[in-house]
Design a protein around this ligand. Structure first.
Ligand SMILES: [Zn+2]
Length: 100
């Protein structure tokens, strides 16, 4: 299943993967299994430096302020921070929003 990235800052839906080095490639599909599709520049085997919004450069970080560098972390981040199309209902998302 595909997830939809939406930047909390500028609402852009384009997510980029920054690698250690001059490579930045747009992520064209985010699969919730952590299987991402990348744009024209393929990962060259170098280390992933982080994920950011292609529009404003918003960097995805965890609660401690560390850059996310694992696909799985990005999947969790998106599930938590980005509204998904209606047919996608994550039970954990609902739990988070339960009024107590
Ligand atoms: Zn943005």
């Amino acid at each position: 299943m595909s997830l939809k990235f939406k930047c909390p800052k500028c609402d852009s839906e384009k997510l980029e993967c920054c690698e250690d080095g001059p490579y930045i490639s747009e992520i064209t599909n985010i699969d919730d299994e952590g299987d991402f599709d990348y744009g024209p520049i393929e990962g060259s085997g170098s280390t992933v430096d982080g994920f950011q919004c292609a529009q404003c450069g918003y960097v995805l970080q965890d609660k401690e302020g560390n850059n996310l560098d694992m696909n799985k972390e990005v999947v969790e981040w998106i599930k938590k921070h980005c509204e998904q199309p209606e047919e996608y209902i994550d039970p954990r998302y609902l739990d988070d929003n339960t009024d107590k």
